[in-house]
Design a binder for this molecule. Structure first.
Ligand code: AHM
Ligand code: MG
Length: 322
């Protein structure tokens, strides 16, 4: 489809009506979130709520607001059946007759809010398995191979929706004047090679030997392979993965001494980002298996992740296994 197409037109041509309704309701919610983020300092919604979420993490006021906004908009879509969020302990039935199950990180990288750095909303959509009525955990425990649509909204210098319905990746920029999403990045393909590595290098002493060696490889001088690579780490998965998707690179959050399964959540962070990345020609693993092949067994479970340019992920594997 040509640049400038609306999100609604794009969805009409690429997916079914029920799934479109879910995606469009997420897009409407994201517009409210984007506006709140832009005006956060004035509206006095920076800072924390004083509560911790189910994972023991500090809840920012905007985490909480974003979660409520997305739930409300999804409920209004009527085709969304169930909702899982980083901010809710359990699953929520939105519509007993709904068809889709949505797992969301409402505001990823939220510790960056006060610093005005890019943050995002990540979503993964699968079809429900249960019959009409309340949804159950099994509806959510589907591997990434069952994902029907996934993507993220990045709230950065622009607000952009990057989405796949399993047929390539497209980016839509939010027009701040008429509040529509328009196709600005058609058919995004990520480079096979990259010159950026993104990880929390401050944790290096907690990394396993193979990881330490991979970091040394990235920072070593070698003209032929254009090393050293650049280290770029925002601390916002959406910001880091988006930059690497556009420019080529690898983002890693590995298992380490304090975090045996890494930090990032499988259902609403790693699976959707992996689906987008694979659809753009990249690769995503837990250091061993494809992220999309991992069988979820807990709502908020974590996994290590290696994601981005194919050859860089393969190179990291060489060090992990050797
Ligand atoms: P959040 O979902 O609570 O915001 O946490 C996830 C974020 C990711 O966006 C980012 O990649 C990671 O946490 C950064 O963690 P660290 O500060 O340990 O490097
Ligand atoms: Mg997150």
């Amino acid at each position: 489809m040509k640049k400038g197409a609306t999100l609604a037109d794009f969805l009409e041509n690429t997916t079914n009506l029920d799934l479109s309704k879910v995606i469009l309701s997420l897009a409407e919610g994201s517009k409210i979130i984007s506006n709140l983020i832009s005006n956060a300092g004035i509206a006095d919604i920076l800072g924390v709520t004083g509560e911790t979420n189910v994972q023991g993490e500090t809840v920012q006021k905007l985490d909480d607001l974003s979660n409520k906004i997305l739930m409300d908009y999804l409920r209004a879509s009527e085709t969304a059946a169930g909702y899982l969020s980083e901010e809710n302990e359990g699953i929520v039935t939105l519509h007993e007759n709904g068809k889709y199950i949505i797992s969301v990180d409402p505001l990823d990288g939220s510790s960056n809010i006060d610093a005005c750095a890019p943050i995002g909303t990540i979503f993964n959509i699968v079809e429900r398995l249960s019959p009409a009525g309340s949804v159950n955990d099994a509806d959510f425990f589907q591997t990434g191979n069952h994902t029907k649509a996934a993507g993220y909204f990045i709230y950065g210098s622009s607000t952009i929706l990057v989405i796949t319905t399993g047929n390539g990746v497209n980016g839509f920029t939010l027009n701040t004047e008429n509040h529509g999403y328009y196709l600005s990045h058609p058919d995004i393909k990520t480079s096979e090679n990259g010159k950026i590595y993104s990880l929390n290098q401050g944790n290096i002493e907690k990394y396993e030997e193979g990881m330490k060696k991979f970091v040394s490889y990235c920072s070593a001088i070698d003209k032929e392979t254009s090393r050293p690579y650049s280290l770029r780490y925002i601390g916002s998965m959406v910001g880091d993965v988006h930059r690497n998707l556009i420019k080529g690179g690898i983002f890693i959050y590995p298992a380490n001494k304090g975090e045996k399964k890494g930090k990032l959540r499988l259902l609403y962070e790693c699976i959707p980002m992996a689906f987008v990345t694979e659809q753009a020609g990249g690769k995503a693993t837990d250091g061993n298996q494809r992220i999309l092949d991992l069988q979820p067994v807990e709502l908020h479970e974590r996994t290590a992740i290696f994601i981005g340019s194919k050859n860089l992920v393969d190179k990291a594997h060489e060090f992990l296994n050797g």
